[in-house]
Design a binder for this molecule. Structure first.
Ligand code: PEP
Ligand code: MG
Length: 916
């Protein structure tokens, strides 16, 4: 016969059956309870029912494995022995707490039931044992309140509307009783009051739920265990898992543990603490405690907790008594344990403890959550203290945590109180506040009048014409668009706060108001944006600056020791290039030449570009291009100079030309005049540029094929700028990149232009050669599959994963905002593929392109310049397929640096994986 599967793991006394490494099976809480027992800490005995039971429960129509009952009873007997009390015994009763515990912590998302085992008969035994009747009645009424809510209502799936549930109704009875007795606080109620309340509660439960509160201890136990398993599939837990990317299959464990009481009088207490300050990272014991209370009172915020020690006091808590002062010897013991735990786990821990009549018990320890600032500081400090090594320090900081160190943020205190108007996609991180403005022109106008005005540009969507207004605004909020829509790209490039695809926003142009789910806001009203979370708030929230931070610089220097991937930036102006260099960019992976026609100082070049676009003959076009040349050359030169020798990838013009045709009537008239044509002729020429599906239309290299003179002008500008810099004794290294290629003949065609221009420029400047590379983007599936042919003409490939994703999925990158929310909510898509590379498909195409490209040109340079280049999972993928660099928005450069280092470290730790 096969050995019986072990579903229950005991912990208590000096020995546990589990240990810290068994998180998958025992959940985080169970594994750590076991570990604390094993290192000799005072932990109330108990047992953990494994996550496998949860999985089996759901796989088997909510039935437990048949061995479970016996194993639970056996473990319970051991707990009883260890604690010297018996579950359900009327003379010497043992009470239990039943708590969830998933592999990774899901704070507050699942259920807990405390005081299980209390009924009218065991309570008498407990009163005798403790001599504290008030405390026992209070525990019983707490059990009824929690159990009826969690087990009898929620787990039974009969939860009514918010505020109508049994818990709220019992809470109401408590209020009534307090009012009748003239009591301010729960603790003012007498023993008699609480005894009466227990009976009132029971009657109410029967009335509301139609069945009596279970008096049988075993029935309570199994009811509570079932409710915890049920809560794994509760709404809150499911949505939390979706956000955190925790798979449903993991399941939760259930921890059944002897109760200890922090509410047995003034020599009892309970508290929550961190081994270091989780908000700042400072190295001191930090926490809160409450005298005569149960754990939930600290967490639920019913009473304001006291600071645990003197060093943790703030101006708001100055007057409160610390545990250090109130119970000095217990504090000393706790402090010693907390130091030992940190040394053992080599990380900052979050601990829960209870003091029952002067005796300290540890109820939980787990690696503590921390913000980005604290994560960086702790990693560096612990490295300094030799608690951890360099690789561990790097792995301690999540790339996304760096974001908050780079942008101003909304003040979290203000945010907690503010009213959320709606949600959108978090396109540009950080926080911003400002007055609503509905057009880019108004934004520009308002800033002209008052350069200090704070504005939020709210649009249905943005287009290149809005660029000035976007610059002028503090932040951008759009109703449509995805993470790579125009607004998102531009905002991220600037490091500007931006939320896109906030579909609840309806703009009413008649009244110039916006309507958000029935709430009306007008121009000039204040709103605040949390671009990191995609939240829009009503009102004028405070922002806090996340100024340049020495720790960050030090941390990133460490990071650079380990990464293999180079990190470049996508930048289109010398200013952005400089900013990116400050963040550590090692080159520009994408200079979108068309972007020089938007924004500051772009009026004149844009006019010449438009003239070129509306031209109808090559002569006209060449004349306009001649006028344009000096602007392009100046921009190219400035950017190359700013990058002082780091490579700069200039992409030839990409967007469909009609995007640049002005809508503004005055502009159209001015252009017609300059070209010496009538308005009818103008309209006819502009109309011809219209395309039904411009994203797949006349764009990218196709423009260079139709109008070789455009490519020619750009290549000439790039080489002349480079030549001049080199002559001036400066360093410069351009890479010329052809976009939207699908077949090698397109490149062959562009190559001919290069072959004509390059020698001409060399000759003009008397130079034998001008260092450079010429290559292409891979952003069409066909190009990826034909990479061997294409590599003949390309010294480098840069993956344009924005378009590659668009064309692989067939999702328009500009319209995905309309349905992405549904797709994510209904789990049709696990994540937004425009944010994370879809490795099995888009990633596979990249892999194929790398292999085929290398087969023809072994030293081909490979990089990525789609937005994914700054997203940590995608950076890791790029490392694995052996790209030489990633390129991303300036503000994501530090994030990509860290992600690249983490990928390299994971490789060292698990080298076998690489061979896969
Ligand atoms: C891409 O397609 O990934 C890319 C970088 O080009 P763009 O976003 O300008 O189309
Ligand atoms: Mg593209």
């Amino acid at each position: 016969m096969a050995a019986t599967k072990k579903y229950v793991y005991y912990f208590g006394g000096k020995k546990a059956e589990g240990k810290a490494e068994m998180k998958e099976l025992l959940g985080g809480k169970g594994a750590n309870l076991a570990e604390m027992v094993n290192i000799g800490l005072p932990v109330p005995a108990g047992f953990t029912i494994t996550t496998e039971v949860c999985t089996a429960y759901y796989a088997n129509k909510k039935k437990y494995p048949k061995e479970l009952k016996e194993q639970v009873l056996k473990a319970l007997a051991k707990v009883e022995k260890d604690m010297g009390a018996k579950f359900g015994d009327k003379n010497n009763p043992l009470l239990l707490s039943i708590r969830s515990g998933a592999r990774s912590s899901m704070p507050g998302m699942m259920e807990t039931v405390l005081n299980v085992g209390l009924n009218n008969s065991t309570r008498e035994g407990l009163i005798k044992k403790t001599g504290n009747a008030r405390f026992v009645y209070d525990s019983q009424r707490r059990l009824i309140q929690m159990y009826s809510d969690v087990v009898m209502e929620k787990a039974a799936g009969i939860e009514p509307a918010e505020g109508k549930g049994v818990r709220a109704q019992l809470e109401n009875e408590l209020h009534k009783m307090k009012e009748a007795r003239g009591c301010k606080s729960d603790t003012d109620l007498s023993e008699e009051d609480l005894k009466e309340l227990v009976e009132i509660y029971k009657a109410k439960v029967k009335k509301v739920l139609g069945k009596p509160f279970p008096e049988n201890a075993m029935e309570q136990l199994w009811g509570a265990i079932g409710a915890v398993f049920q809560s794994w599939m509760g709404k809150r837990a499911i949505s939390y898992r979706r956000i955190e990317g925790i798979p449903d299959e993991w399941g939760t464990a259930v921890n059944v543990q002897s109760m200890v009481f922090g509410n047995m009088g003034d020599n009892s207490a309970t508290g929550v603490a961190f081994t270091r300050n989780p908000a700042t990272g400072e190295n001191y014991f930090y926490g809160e405690w409450l005298i005569n209370a149960q754990g939930e009172d600290v967490v639920a915020g019913i009473r304001t907790p006291n600071p645990i020690n003197e060093v943790g006091k703030s101006e708001h808590t100055e007057h409160l008594v610390s545990l250090e002062k109130a119970m000095p010897s217990t504090y000393k013991e706790l402090h010693k344990i907390e130091r030992a735990l940190e040394k053992h786990y080599k990380d900052m821990l979050d601990i829960e403890f209870t003091i029952q009549e002067g005796k300290l018990y540890m109820l939980q320890c787990r690696v503590g959550k921390r913000n980005g600032t604290a994560a960086v500081k702790m990693a560096l400090d612990m490295l300094n203290e030799k608690l951890i090594d360099e690789k561990t320090a790097i792995m301690r900081v999540q790339p996304s945590q760096l974001e908050e160190l780079l942008f101003p943020l909304l003040d979290p205190k203000d945010e907690a109180k503010a009213h959320v108007l709606c949600k959108g996609l978090p396109a540009g991180p950080g926080g911003a506040k400002g007055q609503i403005v509905l057009t880019a022109a108004d934004a520009v106008e308002k800033i002209k009048k008052d350069p200090n005005a704070k504005l939020i540009l709210v649009r249905e969507e943005t287009n290149p014409e809005d660029i000035e207004g976007m610059r002028a605004a503090q932040a951008i909020l759009t109703a449509r668009g995805g993470m790579t829509s125009h607004a998102a790209l531009v905002a991220r490039g600037w490091g500007k706060c931006c939320i896109v695809g906030a579909a609840d926003i309806k703009i009413d142009w008649n009244t110039r108001t916006i309507n958000i789910k029935g709430e009306k806001l007008k121009e000039g009203d204040w709103i605040s944006l949390n671009g990191t979370k995609g939240l829009v708030y009503k009102g004028d929230l405070q922002t806090v600056s996340a100024a340049e931070n020495k720790d960050l610089v030090k941390f990133l220097t460490l990071v650079d020791k380990y990464r293999k991937l180079k990190v470049r930036t996508n930048a289109d102006t010398p200013e952005d290039a400089l900013k990116a260099r400050q963040f550590g960019a090692e080159g520009i992976g994408l200079f979108r030449t068309e972007h020089m026609f938007y924004g500051k100082g772009s009026e004149e070049p844009l006019f010449h570009l438009r003239k070129m676009i509306i031209s109808s003959t090559e002569t006209e076009r060449r004349a306009a291009l001649n006028d344009l040349f000096k602007y392009v050359k100046k921009d190219v030169k400035g950017t190359l100079a700013a990058m002082s020798g780091f490579p700069v990838t200039f992409r030839t013009i990409d967007p469909p030309l009609h995007e640049f045709v002005p809508e503004n009537r005055d502009e159209r008239v001015r252009l017609a005049k300059a070209l010496n044509i009538t308005m009818e002729q103008f309209e006819e020429r502009a109309g011809k540029l219209h395309e039904v599906n411009p994203m797949m239309g006349h764009r990218g290299v196709r423009l260079g094929v139709t109008y070789p003179e455009i490519t020619e002008m750009q290549i000439r500008a790039i080489f002349e700028a480079t030549a001049e810099l080199l002559k001036e004794g400066k360093k410069a290294f351009p890479e010329i990149m052809i976009p939207v290629t699908c077949i090698e003949t397109e490149l062959a065609h562009q190559y001919e232009i290069f072959n004509k221009v390059y020698p001409e420029v060399c000759q003009k400047y008397g130079m034998k050669k001008i260092p450079h590379l010429i290559g292409t983007m891979i952003e069409i599936p066909r190009a990826a599959l034909a990479a061997d042919k294409i590599a003949k003409y390309a010294q480098f490939f840069s993956f344009g994963t924005n378009d590659l994703t668009q064309m692989t999925f067939g999702f328009s990158r500009d319209d995905i905002g309309g349905f992405l929310g549904d797709y994510l909510e209904k789990k049709i898509l696990p994540v937004d593929p425009f944010q994370q590379i879809d490795q099995p498909t888009v990633g596979e195409l990249m892999k194929i392109a790398c292999e085929r490209g290398r087969s023809v040109r072994p030293d081909i340079k490979l990089g990525i310049c789609g937005e994914h280049g700054g997203e940590p999972t995608s950076v890791e993928f790029c490392h694995r397929i052996g790209l030489s660099y990633v390129s991303c928005s300036p503000f994501r450069v530090p994030i990509a640096r860290l992600a690249a280092a983490r990928a390299a470290i994971k490789d060292i730790k698990a080298p076998a994986k690489k061979k896969k």
